[in-house]
Design a protein around this ligand. Structure first.
Ligand code: ADP
Ligand code: MG
Length: 245
């Protein structure tokens, strides 16, 4: 599904990603951990192809196609979808219209989705305008459900969501990743950035990675990585990266 090879990325001449290698197979879900500022969001933004993120070396393959220089809208059409860490407010555009565009289907499809998740009351409102943190995250995830991407990229989907709504966020993510199906029947993949690991309470992730100063310091079993980080912080990762192999 996704193959990242020796990816180096700069933002406004600042070197942020320094040689990322990562592979995600169809049907797999991976989690990405790492300190603030380590480059996690940069990786997802680069995968979507936003102009600010300059690939200076390496390549990104999606289902075997080199998308490294492809414009964002073409990547979205091919099947990459992202829920932002901090989605913008867009005045003058109704949430209903965005949902409809995301789904590529009619008005009823957008309404049905909103109905499933108790979101009808937000359809007439401008995108994220005056929404609470949790409502913004829910709106993001519903847009992704409408888009139905093959590769689901989630940037801290739990941040700002209260305990009561976490369950719903977990359920939407399970649906996005076809977790109700048998593993062999799934064709969606996910890369999920999480600080708290909350999502591991709702689904099994296949692999975990720790990002550290623009590099992936280690790979492993997500729950084990999380326990390690809880006990020892990220110091261990830093040490591991700086120790000559
Ligand atoms: P994370 O998501 O892991 O917290 P980010 O990918 O957001 O980290 O940021 C990685 C680094 O890139 C940080 O040092 C951040 O300050 C820097 N960075 C991100 N966006 C910009 C920008 N627009 N201009 C300059 N530096 C940026
Ligand atoms: Mg981030």
């Amino acid at each position: 599904m996704l193959q990242i090879e020796d990816l180096w990325v700069t933002i406004e001449d600042k070197e942020v990603l320094k040689g990322i290698n990562l592979e995600i197979q169809a049907g797999e879900t991976h989690t990405l951990f790492g300190k603030n500022g380590s480059g996690k969001s940069t990786l997802l933004m680069t995968l979507m192809g936003f102009a600010r993120y300059k690939v200076v070396q390496g390549q990104i393959l999606f289902k075997g196609t080199d998308i490294t220089q492809m414009p964002t809208h073409e990547r979205a059409r091919l099947g990459l979808g992202l829920a932002f860490q901090r989605p913008p407010t867009i005045r003058g555009v109704k949430t209903r219209d965005l949902l409809q565009v995301c789904s590529g289907k009619g008005r009823q499809a957008a309404e049905a989705l909103a109905f499933d998740y108790d979101f009808e009351g937000f359809l007439e409102r401008e995108i994220n305008y005056g929404f609470s943190g949790g409502e913004i995250k829910k709106s993001e995830l519903l847009q992704l459900l409408a888009q139905d991407p093959a590769l689901v990229l989630l940037d801290e989907p739990e941040s700002g969501v209260d305990l009561e709504n976490l369950q719903m966020v977990g359920e939407i993510i399970r649906r996005l990743l076809q977790k109700e199906r048998r593993r062999v029947d799934r064709d969606k993949s996910g890369l999920i950035i999480t600080h708290t690991g909350f999502i591991l309470n709702y689904l099994n992730a296949d692999k975990g990675h720790v990002m550290c100063d623009g590099q992936i310091a280690c790979h492993g079993i997500p729950r084990e990585i999380l326990e390690h980080i809880k006990e020892q912080g990220y110091e261990e990762c830093v040490r591991c990266l700086t120790t000559p192999k």
